[in-house]
Design a protein around this ligand. Structure first.
Ligand SMILES: [Zn+2]
Length: 228
């Protein structure tokens, strides 16, 4: 992740009827000017969603400069997911530990389907990062899926069912891939058509968002650590 990028956690929302039109419009506008990374961390049944984007020098103070992309994204998320949704600065990156397998993934054709948190279901520990390059109608997108804990479902088959090819990263490359926002994590990109999307936590059948594992303690399930 370039040092000028800002990592933020998308707070949980119980909105049953997200305004996807508002989300798409905001993302389209963002990607016309800049890139965007979207990341989902899963521990047990809990998922947390993050975004990384170019912010302004005042993001850390909570008083962004006029036109700051973080503030614009915050407004987009509120319009799409409800006023209560939060976008919180994560100062030290994500915990890089606990992943045994890492897969690069990219769309096999422009009609590839969006990825979502449901892809990670059944894995005790997993992380998926998607990178959108700045662009217009056909935007370049790439993904990195990291898997940990005991074995889970066949991720290669799941990605293929969504129209995504994948390549297992050799163990020697893992050290460059623990940072989901680094250049190595964006290695395999391909164009995709259709509207841009963000990784959001998977929803339970009744529409409720999965609660974070450690929410009762108020501490993050995945302790923020410096991404190396
Ligand atoms: Zn800002």
């Amino acid at each position: 992740m370039p040092s000028t990028w800002t990592l933020l956690r998308i707070g949980e929302t119980t909105a049953h009827d997200p305004d996807l039109g508002a989300l798409v419009a905001g993302l389209r506008n963002h990607l016309a000017h800049d890139g965007l990374a979207s990341c989902l961390v899963q521990i047990g049944a809990a998922q947390r969603a993050y975004v990384a984007l170019q912010g302004c020098p005042r993001c850390a103070t909570g008083r962004c400069s006029v036109g700051c992309r973080v503030e614009l994204l915050r407004r987009t998320l509120r319009a799409a997911l409800g006023e209560q949704v939060t976008l919180t600065l994560v100062k030290r990156g994500l915990d890089p530990l606990g992943y045994r397998r890492m897969l690069w993934a990219w769309p096999m054709s422009p009609s590839a389907q969006p990825l979502s948190g449901e892809l990670l279901a059944g894995w005790p520990r997993a992380r998926m990062a998607v990178h959108w390059r700045r662009g217009g109608a056909r935007r370049q997108v790439s993904a990195l899926v990291c898997l940990g804990g005991t074995d889970g479902p066949d991720m290669v088959a799941r990605l293929r069912a969504h129209g995504w090819a994948s390549l297992e990263a050799p163990a020697v490359a893992h050290r460059w891939l623990v940072n989901p926002f680094g250049p190595a994590a964006q290695w395999c990109g391909a164009a995709v058509a259709g509207e841009p999307w963000l990784l959001l936590p998977a929803r339970e059948p009744d529409g409720a968002t999965l609660s974070a594992e450690a929410s009762a303690s108020g501490e993050p399930a995945e302790a923020p650590e410096e991404a190396r």
